[in-house]
Design a protein around this ligand. Structure first.
Ligand code: UTP
Length: 604
C-alpha cells in the first residue's frame, strides 16, 4: 500500500481522488504490484485508465459500487427472501389476445400517440446461445428480401412518423455494448441509417462492471494491472437513459411514452400501437406486454405482490413463483384459472413506460434499478465464491421502483403475434422443440413473421390455405403462404382491413407489399405464385385479379454439403433452408401517380 501512496502526488486530481477512495474502501490489493521491479509505466497507465473508465461508468463511482455490493452480498449470505411477507395476487390485466373490438380501439388510441412515443432497443447482448459471429440486429428476420431486424425496426419507426398528423422523427434509443457498438454503428452508416435521420438515433453504449471476489466486495483482478470486468445486464438501459440525460431530454421534447424492445423480436411492432393504447386508456405508468402462460411454464410470471399497504406488480421468475404461491395463497402452487392459463401472465420483456414518473424515479435512484447479486458459493457457510461474481440489473425489474402509487399493469396479447425471438442455435432449438418448449430460433422467428402477415390478411377477409408445418432439422416451420405486409403499408389491423378486400392465397404463395398507397382488391395467388409490390410514397396503386403459378419462391432445405460449405451464409445455416426465386411478379412504382393493375395482364 505504501508504494502507491508514493505516487499519489504525480497523479492528476481525478485519479488521486479515485485511488485514495479505493484505498479507503479496503481495495489496497488492487495496487499490490504497483512497485514491482518488472512493472512498466505503460501497464500502470493502462490500469489507471481502466479504473477511471469504470469509475465514470457507474453512478456514484466505484466506491458506490463496492458499497452496494457489500449490502447485497450480506443479504445474499443471510438468505434474505425479497418476497418475504408478500402475498401474490393476479395483476391488473387487459387481455387483447382475442383481437376483439377493444383491440382495435387500443390500436387507434396508440396510433394517435405516435408523436409522443419513443422506442428504446436493448441490443448489447452477446447472443451466446445463438452462437452467431455478427450482431443479432444484422440477422435477417426473413430471407425472401433479407430484411435485417435493424432495418425492420427502422421501417416501423418511419411508418409511425408517416402516420402522425404533423410528422416528426420517432426518437430511437439503441443500447449497445463493447461487443455490439461498432458493428451497429457500421450497419447504420453503411445503410444510410435505413432512412432514419441520424439525429433521431441515440446510441448508448453500456460498459462492464468489476467482478467481485468475496463477501467484502474486494474487486477481482485479471492480472497484476487489470480489473476483471463482467456485464451488468440489460437493466443498464435505465442507468444510461439517466446518466446521458436522454430520458429527461425526451420528456422536454414532449415524449410521454418509452417503449422498450429487444434485438430479435420481429413481432413486437404488431402490438406496440395497441400496447401504448392500453397505457393511455388505463392510465398505466408501467405496462408489461405479456402472453398467456401455462402453469409451470419456464417464463417469468407477472404478479402483484402485496404486503400491508405496500404493493408492486413485477416479474417473478417461474422457479420462485410456485414456492411463493404454495407458501401463501395456493397449496397447489401455480394452477390454471378458468381460461386454462396461469393467473400470472408470462413476461416477454416488452415494456411501455410513462416517461414522467420514469424520469423522476431515475433521478431518485441515479438510474440504478433493483440491482441484485447471485454468487455461486463454494461452501455451506457462504463465505467463499466458486468464481468472482458481480452486481446485475434487469430491465424488467423497473416496476420494483414504481411503488409510490403509480399504476402498473399488464397487456396480454396472442403469443406468436407479439413475441417470437431468434435466440437459439438450430441444434438447441430442435432439442427445445423435442422437449415441448418454444424453439425461439431463426426458422421459427421467420415462420411467425409470415404467420403475422397471414393473420392480418385473414382479419381482412382473405382466404388462406395454410401449408402443413414441416420439421427442418428438428425445428418446426410453416412454409406459407408467406405474407409480408411492410409497416409503411399498414401499422394496424384496421389499416389492413381498409386496404385489402377479399382475395385468396394458396399454401406456397408469397405476397410482399410495400407502400402506403397500395390496395388489394380481390387478389388471388395460386400455389407457386409470388407477388411483390414496391410503391413509393405518392403512388396510389390498386391491384386486382388472379396470379397463376410462375415458380415463386421455392424453399430448399440445406444439405450436409451446404453445412460443410463455408460460402453458405451463417444466417441460412441457422435456419436450415434457403429460398430460390423462380418467377416472381414484381411491381415497382417509383413515381407518384394513380395506377391500376390487373394481374391477369402481367401473368407469366
Ligand atoms: P437475451 O436474453 O437475448 O441475452 O437478452 P443475450 O445476452 O443477448 O443472449 P445470450 O443469453 O448470450 O444468448 C435480451 C435482450 O437484452 C439485450 C439483448 O441484446 C437482447 O435484446 N441485452 C442483454 C443487452 O442489451 N445487454 C446485456 O447486457 C444483455
Amino acid at each position: 500500500m505504501k508504494s502507491i501512496e508514493k505516487f499519489l502526488g504525480s497523479f492528476d486530481g481525478e485519479t488521486a481522488v479515485l485511488v485514495k477512495s479505493l484505498l479507503a474502501a479496503d481495495q489496497a490489493h488492487l495496487f499490490e504490484h504497483w512497485d514491482h521491479p518488472d512493472a512498466t509505466d505503460r501497464e500502470r497507465k493502462a490500469f489507471l485508465d481502466q479504473l477511471r473508465e469504470v469509475n465514470r461508468g457507474y453512478p456514484g463511482g466505484l466506491v458506490k459500487y463496492i458499497e452496494n455490493a457489500r449490502r447485497l452480498l450480506a443479504e445474499a449470505k443471510a438468505g434474505v427472501n425479497p418476497f418475504e411477507g408478500f402475498v401474490p395476487e393476479q395483476p391488473d390485466v387487459v387481455d387483447l389476445s382475442d383481437f376483439r373490438d377493444r383491440y382495435h380501439r387500443m390500436e387507434a388510441l396508440g396510433m394517435e400517440a405516435f408523436d409522443r412515443t419513443a422506442v428504446v432497443l436493448v441490443a448489447g447482448g452477446l447472443g451466446e446461445r445463438l452462437g452467431y459471429d455478427g450482431i443479432k440486429l444484422g440477422i435477417p428476420v426473413e430471407v425472401l428480401e433479407e430484411t435485417s431486424y435493424l432495418e425492420h425496426y427502422a421501417r416501423c419507426l418511419l411508418a409511425m412518423e408517416a402516420r402522425m398528423s404533423r410528422p416528426k422523427p420517432v426518437p430511437f434509443v439503441i443500447m449497445t455494448s463493447k461487443d455490439t457498438h461498432d458493428r451497429t454503428v457500421k450497419a447504420l452508416k453503411e445503410n444510410d441509417w435505413y432512412g432514419l435521420a441520424p439525429g433521431q438515433v441515440h446510441l448508448l453504449k453500456q460498459g462492464l462492471v468489476p467482478a467481485i471476489a468475496d463477501n467484502d466486495a474486494h474487486l477481482a483482478m485479471e492480472g497484476p494491472f487489470s480489473l476483471q470486468l463482467k456485464p451488468h445486464g440489460h437493466g443498464d438501459v435505465h442507468m444510461l437513459l439517466h446518466t446521458h440525460g436522454v430520458a429527461a431530454k425526451l420528456q422536454e421534447e414532449g415524449i410521454e411514452y418509452l417503449t422498450f424492445i429487444q434485438d430479435t423480436n420481429g413481432q413486437v411492432f404488431n402490438v406496440l400501437p395497441a400496447a401504448v393504447g392500453v397505457s393511455i386508456d388505463q392510465n398505466y405508468d408501467f405496462n408489461s406486454v405479456a402472453v398467456n402462460r401455462v402453469p409451470g411454464e419456464a417464463v417469468g410470471g407477472l404478479a402483484r405482490l402485496v404486503k400491508g399497504d405496500r404493493q408492486m406488480t413485477l416479474n417473478v421468475e417461474y422457479n420462485q413463483l410456485d414456492p411463493l404461491l404454495k407458501s401463501t395463497i395456493s397449496p397447489e402452487g401455480d394452477v390454471a384459472g378458468e381460461n386454462g392459463y396461469s393467473l400470472f401472465p408470462g413476461n416477454i420483456n416488452v415494456l411501455v413506460v410513462r416517461n414522467e414518473p420514469y424520469v423522476r424515479i431515475l433521478k431518485e435512484t441515479e438510474g440504478i434499478i433493483a440491482e441484485f447479486v447471485n454468487p455461486k458459493y463454494a461452501d455451506a457457510a457462504r463465505n467463499h465464491f466458486k468464481k468472482p461474481t458481480r452486481l446485475e440489473t434487469l430491465m424488467q425489474d423497473l416496476p420494483k421502483l414504481f411503488t409510490g402509487g403509480q399504476r402498473v399493469g399488464v397487456s396480454v396479447f396472442a403469443r406468436s403475434w407479439c413475441f417470437s425471438p431468434n435466440k437459439n442455435r438450430l441444434e438447441d432449438a430442435a432439442e427445445k422443440h423435442e422437449a415441448g418448449g418454444p424453439p425461439e430460433s431463426a426458422a421459427t422467428a421467420e415462420s411467425d413473421f409470415y404467420a403475422a402477415g397471414r393473420l392480418r390478411l385473414e382479419k381482412a377477409g382473405t382466404e388462406l390455405r395454410v401449408a402443413k408445418e414441416a420439421l427442418i432439422r428438428g425445428v418446426p416451420y410453416t412454409d406459407g403462404p408467406r405474407v409480408v405486409l411492410r409497416p409503411d403499408f399498414a401499422m394496424t389491423l384496421a389499416e389492413v382491413d381498409e386496404k385489402i378486400t377479399g382475395g385468396s392465397l394458396a399454401g406456397s404463395a408469397t405476397l410482399i407489399v410495400e407502400g402506403r398507397g397500395v390496395r388489394l382488391d380481390e387478389v388471388h395467388l395460386a400455389d407457386g405464385a409470388a407477388l411483390v409490390i414496391h410503391a413509393h410514397p405518392g403512388a396510389e396503386v390498386t391491384v386486382r385479379g388472379v396470379l397463376k403459378a410462375a415458380g415463386g419462391f421455392v424453399r430448399e432445405d440445406l444439405t450436409d454439403v451446404d453445412y460443410a460449405d463455408p460460402s453458405v451464409p451463417a444466417v441460412l445455416k441457422m435456419r436450415g433452408y434457403r429460398y430460390r426465386k423462380q418467377g416472381v411478379a414484381e411491381l415497382c412504382f417509383n413515381q407518384p401517380g394513380v395506377y391500376e393493375v390487373d394481374l391477369e395482364e402481367i401473368d407469366g
